[in-house]
Design a protein. Structure first.
Length: 276
């Protein structure tokens, strides 16, 4: 009996010792985990704070840059050039007028307000047509096109019929930067003559002038060229490196590099129309 009691006491002491060891080991392990968690928590917290600071400051920088170096007129409806195959000027005119709040479509302008003059070839093979500063060469449905002074006259007939106080002004030799500063940045769109996709223009056709008005740059009997890729777009925005247009050719907003636009603009005579 005595031997059994001693054995039982020894067994209980061994169990108690093992339990103490387990408790101590567990406590140490938990303490280590707590320390590691605190360290990791501080590190992660530091990363989140850094990201928050970057996100908080980035938008204000972008906003400042945008206000100084970029602007675009919003809610512009771009009309794709479909039925009027030669009507880029007509589409540009329509889009500009729509931006200004007029309820007009391209067919109203083409059918009622363009001053059209046919280009034809006589029995001797000589081709005749208007000075494009004075009238539309052909029609918007199939022809060559029109330049700013004649287009402005057509637009003013429409504006007069609408009893509007606004007037279309054709302007020449104004730098694109000035157009952006004086008009576009204030929400006023500008019709600009350049080329389709800013491709290089070249003389594709020519004819003898048989119609002029007060805006003509040629005289009756002069020979005038017609340039392939001649195109009219609506300047609606800009950023540091690009000009932004409502472009009927693609039926969407198109963006082109500034120096390329400036070159094409100059090649097409630096022609613009502003309604004000």
């Amino acid at each position: 009996m005595n031997r059994n009691r001693r054995t039982g006491r020894q067994a209980r002491r061994r169990r108690t010792k093992r339990q103490r060891n387990i408790i101590v080991t567990t406590a140490v392990f938990l303490a280590v985990l707590i320390v590691i968690s605190i360290i990791l928590g501080q590190t992660c917290s530091g990363k989140r704070n850094t990201q928050t600071e970057v996100m908080a400051t980035a938008p204000s920088t972008d906003a400042d840059t945008s206000s100084e170096d970029s602007y675009m007129i919003q809610n512009v409806h771009v009309i794709e050039q479909k039925e009027l195959k030669a009507g880029c000027e007509t589409y540009a005119c329509t889009m500009l007028l729509q931006i200004l709040g007029f309820k007009v479509d391209e067919f109203t302008i083409a059918d009622n307000y363009l001053d059209c003059h046919y280009v034809y070839t006589d029995e001797d093979g000589t081709k005749y047509g208007p000075d494009m500063h004075s009238g539309f060469a052909g029609t918007a449905y199939g022809g060559w096109g029109v330049y700013a002074p004649a287009m402005a006259k057509s637009m003013n007939r429409y504006l007069s019929d609408q009893k509007s106080k606004l007037k279309a002004y054709d302007q020449k030799d104004i730098p694109l930067e000035t157009l952006c500063e004086e008009y576009v940045s204030k929400g006023v769109p500008v019709m600009v003559w350049a080329t389709t996709d800013m491709d290089e223009p070249y003389v594709f056709d020519k004819w003898i002038v048989n119609y002029v008005d007060e805006n003509a740059e040629a005289k009756m009997g002069d020979e005038v060229p017609w340039y392939m890729h001649e195109h009219c777009l609506v300047l609606i925005g800009y950023d540091k490196t690009n000009y932004i247009f409502a472009d009927s050719t693609h039926g969407k907003i198109s963006t082109f590099e500034k120096s390329l636009v400036a070159k094409r603009y100059e090649q097409m005579g630096k022609q613009t129309i502003v309604v004000k």
